[in-house]
Design a protein around this ligand. Structure first.
Ligand SMILES: Cc1cc2nc3c(=O)[nH]c(=O)nc-3n(C[C@H](O)[C@H](O)[C@H](O)COP(=O)(O)OP(=O)(O)OC[C@H]3O[C@@H](n4cnc5c(N)ncnc54)[C@H](O)[C@@H]3O)c2cc1C
Length: 808
């Protein structure tokens, strides 16, 4: 065994071997993998080996596509047979809502060139005669699906990596990890010690325990999972004989089952509602190549539906039942990337679909380690998408919910209940009493809308029970004044003698003067957006940075990596130690004026000004800015003042008809102003020219900010894309995001967000299209729920295009 290495990958499952392969493929040497037992001896060996491209998140789907396309490469390179069966597959719907959902998935895949299409029940039956067509309303056919041999695949990665120079140490258990002064790691195993620059946690079932070695509680939990394999079935043999091919994969969403051919019989698995975590507190180190006790009773309700939908199963004998554990994060996506606050400690765990995603995870992680960037938009898989709220118990609640809903529809307006309410602000009960319907984001309860008595959110693909009320909230802002809670934004205090210089290097904007705010894009070295903030200068060496709430850990990781080590800058994620309220609308100034003796006229307190001021008796920071695009103020206060200020504002606003509004109305308002938002319009995929943020990027400023050269280059070339707003001829449903945008019948772009702009009374979509066609005026359409809706390019914001309202 080597005593020194550049990288030690812990874990020889499909994920660890893929990471190892990708690191060597991209030229890294001195890369080793350490495996406690044999390769595959975690969850990998008993997997059903199914794989597919389709995923609700197009960025994840891209990495799945990459994974599936990689298999031939590793089989050829290693000479190891991976038992590849590209059978193709179908997803089945037995009701209209489900079929709507499938159409939305299909539409999302269009831009990626997904070659899938809809089937009638009869067509589905012709392709897969085991199903009863009367049980279904339709299906989606996907040619890129199949299964493989988990053992062969893992060994193909491993052999390919070895061929590139990697070493693999079997029967070597990592017992502890200690970081040395110089940042390198001591990997202490039962066979000796290795010192390495980088450590990668691919521990699968034991990833949590490996995390604990360095003081981390990773949000990952194993669940038991069962599938059955039948005896030979005459129907299968007959199909193979007459068609000369295998039966294809099926996912029957309403039966909550998946199935595929296994030898001359079938394999059927389910994500049962009565699910069960495995080893919820610690994973035993002596768990080996073993299976868990089968518990057919637990999956009987799902199997009954499956057997009804696929009647041939009623005549088949069951050869065996496999029950094995595998891991999930709270949202079911992997935990990949550098762990915040640690040097060179990398995560590649919670990969629940190792054979669909393992290649993509290996690729992204290897890119990240080598180039400092994953090379794709991997936020959906980023380990930094969870904050410290994702505790062991939270993870347990969310993973069980996610597992049991694996094949359930999640409607666009559906908020999932497990693990809630967890974090609340001081006005939570008051908002609730006022009818607030909450959503949880980054663990915090945030009001979405305020439902009248007796009205509830009805989950749907189409406009729902909230439509009229959200409309009234939005119009109340436009016509008078609205109040909303803004505590869900991330807030960072940046202080110290070096704060200005540091922010000038970190952010692409020109820094504001004291008492002013600015929009502040943050770029990566390649000039793509890694953040968009509002930066307020409260005094010399005293800045407040406000950004996306869900990206707090993600941004803190970036900030901390670039923070000077000389103590000249202090950085604090304020989280809920600073909470917020916002007032917006033409009467907002009148309300504010009643709360303070200070002059709040435009002359004294203009647009983008920021002041520390007392409101009533409470100290606050007030910024004249509003994401509604209207006249408005964001008010920040310590939590102990929030209830007082909430009451005070409502009281002062009563004579102006102040109305509470939630995030749904805010979305409607910002859409009609064509304002983008982080994780939708602004992502690490786009440059500032493409995203329409060019005017906030000061390429000429004195400070050499991160991404400046690339930003200059983008300015010269103009980038590839443009963000555009469209008015959509929608009927009873509005776009939400990821729908394809067509020009003259060909897919040319994708929607980043959409919704009904209640103030304007129009359905709106915002999205990216190639710059060459970005100003074409006619010929646009957007696909929604299987229908092509004509769309009109909207060159200027629907609301207040001159900005007179917000500046006035
Ligand atoms: C019944 C069942 C069916 C499945 N079907 C499918 C399917 O059809 N398609 C699909 O894509 N996925 C499927 N999966 C999921 C799939 O198995 C996982 O996604 C995959 O195995 C994850 O691989 P991994 O490398 O992350 O983890 P693991 O396979 O658990 O590998 C982790 C490895 O790390 C080693 N290790 C841990 N700690 C240490 C240490 N301290 N020192 C040294 N080594 C250590 C372990 O011994 C183990 O070999 C299924 C899972 C089950 C249980």
């Amino acid at each position: 065994m080597k005593s020194h290495a550049r990288v030690v990958v812990i874990g020889g499952g499909v994920v660890g071997c893929s990471v190892l392969y990708h690191l060597t493929k991209f030229g890294w040497t001195e890369v080793v993998l350490v495996e406690r037992s044999e390769l595959t001896s975690g969850s990998t060996w008993h997997a059903a080996g199914g794989m597919h491209t389709i995923n609700g998140d197009p960025n994840v789907a891209k990495l799945q596509k990459y994974t599936v396309e990689l298999y031939k490469e590793i089989q050829d390179y290693s000479g190891q047979d991976i038992g590849l069966h590209m059978t193709s597959g179908m997803m089945l719907a037995s009701n209209k809502d489900r079929f709507d959902w499938m159409k939305s998935i299909l539409a999302k895949g269009r831009y990626m060139g997904l070659d899938a299409h809809l089937l009638t029940p009869k067509e589905a039956h012709d392709l897969m005669p085991l199903l009863d067509p009367d049980q279904f309303v339709g299906a989606v056919f996907d040619p890129v699906e199949g299964h493989l041999d988990p053992y062969g695949t893992t060994h193909a990665y491993a052999k390919s990596a070895k061929r590139n120079g990697a070493e693999i140490y079997l029967h070597t258990k990592v017992e502890d990890l200690v970081q040395r002064e110089d940042g390198s790691w001591r990997i202490i195993t039962d066979k000796g010690e290795i010192v390495a620059e980088h450590v990668v946690n691919c521990g699968g079932l034991w990833a949590r325990e490996i995390g604990r070695m360095v003081g981390l509680e990773l949000p990952v939990l194993a669940m038991e999972h069962m599938y059955l394999i039948t005896e030979d079935m005459p129907e299968v043999i007959e199909f193979n004989r007459t068609h000369g091919k295998e039966l294809m994969h099926c996912v029957d969403f309403d039966g909550e089952i998946y199935l595929r051919q296994e030898r001359n019989g079938m394999l059927m698995g389910t994500y049962e509602k009565a699910c069960r975590p495995w080893s919820p507190l610690t994973t035993p180190w002596d768990f080996g190549h073993e299976l868990l006790e089968e518990d057919i009773a637990r999956i009987t309700p799902e199997l009954e539906v499956g057997f009804r939908h696929f009647p041939a199963f009623n005549r088949a004998g069951i050869r065996k039942i496999i029950n094995g554990p595998f891991t999930f994060s709270p949202d079911g996506n992997p935990l990949v990337g550098p762990v915040r606050g640690m040097t060179n400690f990398w995560s590649a765990c919670a990969v629940m679909a190792g054979f669909s995603q393992g290649g993509g995870v290996g690729l992204a992680l290897a890119n990240w380690m080598i180039d400092g960037d994953p090379g794709f938009d991997v936020f959906a898989m980023d380990v930094a998408r969870y904050g410290d709220y994702a505790t062991l118990a939270y993870t347990n609640a969310k993973v069980r919910e996610n597992y049991s809903r694996r094949f359930s529809i999640r409607y666009p307006n559906e908020e999932l209940p497990a693990g809630r309410p967890l974090q609340t602000t001081p006005i939570y009960d008051r908002l609730k009493a006022a009818g607030a319907v909450f959503g949880a984001s980054y663990g915090l309860e945030q009001p979405l809308w305020f439902a009248p008595d007796g009205v509830e959110d009805r989950f749907s693909w189409r406009r729902s029970t909230d439509f009229e009320t959200v409309g009234a909230e939005a119009r109340a802002v436009r016509e008078g004044v609205g109040l909303m809670e803004t505590s869900g934004f991330a807030k960072y205090a940046v202080r110290g003698r070096g704060a200005g210089a540091w922010l000038d290097r970190l952010l692409a904007c020109r820094l504001p003067e004291t008492g002013r705010m600015t929009l502040a894009p943050m770029l990566k070295d390649d000039g793509k957006l890694i953040g968009d903030f509002t930066l307020a200068k409260l005094g010399e060496g005293d800045f407040l940075l406000i950004g996306s709430g869900i990206a707090e850990d993600y941004h803190m990781r970036w900030f901390e990596t670039h923070l000077p080590r000389d103590g000249s800058v202090t950085l604090e994620a304020l989280n809920l130690s600073l909470v917020g309220l916002a007032i917006a609308g033409p009467k907002a100034r009148d309300v504010l004026a009643k709360l303070t003796h200070r002059d709040v006229s435009t002359e004294a307190f203009p647009f983008m000004a920021v002041r520390r001021m007392d409101l009533g008796m409470a100290p606050a920071i007030v910024g004249r800015v509003s994401y509604t695009g209207d006249l408005g103020y964001e008010i920040w206060m310590k939590p102990q003042y929030q209830r007082y200020l909430y009451d005070l504002i409502l009281e002062a606003g009563a004579e102006f008809g102040i109305r509470l509004f939630g995030l749904r109305a805010l979305n409607a308002l910002r859409l009609e102003k064509s304002y983008g938002s982080w994780s939708r319009e602004y992502r690490p995929l786009y440059g500032p020219v493409e995203a329409g943020l060019e005017r906030f990027v000061a390429v000429g400023k004195a400070a050499d900010f991160i991404g400046r050269e690339a930003a200059r280059a983008e300015r010269e070339t103009g980038g590839a894309l443009r963000l555009r707003t469209f008015v959509v001829a929608a009927k009873d449903a509005d776009v939400i995001g990821d729908e394809p945008i067509y020009l003259d019948g060909a897919v040319r772009g994708w929607v980043t967000s959409g919704g009904y702009a209640h103030g304007a009374g129009l359905s709106v979509a915002v999205g990216y299209v190639p710059k060459e066609i970005a100003d074409v005026e006619t010929g646009w359409s957007i696909e929604l729920l299987g229908e092509m809706l004509p769309a009109r390019l909207q060159a200027e914001p629907l609301f207040d295009p001159s900005g007179a309202r917000m500046r006035g």
